[in-house]
Design a protein around this ligand. Structure first.
Ligand SMILES: *[C@@H]1O[C@H](CO)[C@@H](O)[C@H](O)[C@H]1NC(C)=O
Length: 231
């Protein structure tokens, strides 16, 4: 389903149910992401790296602000994502970005602008989805190539659901952040992780996280990015 919803929005809470390419999906990447346009774009990514039958997919996440990414975190999933539909969600509000799987938070990227870390906030994004050949890097770092005899590769999507502030002519459909009516009707605009969710996040990080840029010292010989010191 390559496609684009046609509205530009500034903050989101959305859910998508996905059932990933089954069988030998090595080399394929199924993506579901938010992105703005231009050379200093913002982007929030869910990417699913396929694998040989029976071997685990990798869920790859990244956050770009003002054209700069390099904030990868990768996870295995605690279920077979090809057997059934599961819900993948992005919460993007002015304070934080939260990635969730079936309601379990797997990653939080906080707004640390006060420490000089750019946060996606000033550019409207659209939602995109795609399925592409990435056999130069996706599966076991590019060792396993796409088996084209398995084509066509199919991922399924359903029940897309979004809350968003839509901009038109410089005015947001959510009004200003401070108005009381906004906080009542759009509670996601200030949503944060409660202690139960924090525990779930820690459970995922402990048991399923397989890569975190914040612990990859080889990549940052000059020192880790500032947000890494705080999480
Ligand atoms: C594929 O399976 C191999 C072997 O279990 C594993 O090392 C790798 O992380 C899996 N996922 C991807 C996308 O390569």
């Amino acid at each position: 389903m390559p496609g684009t919803l046609q509205e530009s929005v500034s903050v989101w809470k959305d859910d998508m149910q996905l059932k990933l390419v089954p069988g030998n999906s090595a080399g394929t990447v199924t993506a579901y992401y938010l992105s703005s346009k231009g050379s200093t774009w913002d982007e929030i990514d869910f990417e699913f790296l396929g694998n040989l039958s029976g071997d685990p997919y990798i869920l790859h996440t990244n956050v770009f602000s003002q054209g700069k990414g390099n904030r990868e975190q990768q996870f295995y999933l605690w279920f077979d994502p090809t057997a059934d539909f599961h819900t993948y969600s992005i919460l993007w509000n002015p304070q934080r970005i939260i990635f969730s799987v079936d309601g379990t938070p797997i990653r939080e990227f906080k707004n640390l602008e006060s420490m000089g870390v750019p946060f996606p906030k000033n550019q409207a994004m659209r939602i995109y989805s795609s399925l592409w050949n990435a056999d130069d890097w996706a599966t076991r770092g590019g060792l396993v190539k796409t088996d084209w005899s398995q084509a066509p590769f199919t991922a399924s999507y359903r029940n897309f659901n979004a809350n968003a502030c839509v901009w038109s002519n410089g005015v947001s459909s959510c009004g200003t952040n401070s108005s009381p009516s906004t906080s009542r009707t759009n509670s996601w605009l200030s949503e944060e992780l409660d202690s139960t969710s924090q525990e779930k996040l820690q459970w995922v990080r402990k048991n399923y996280m397989i890569y975190n840029y914040c612990t990859d010292a080889k990549r940052f010989p000059q020192g880790f990015p500032p947000e890494c010191k705080l999480s």
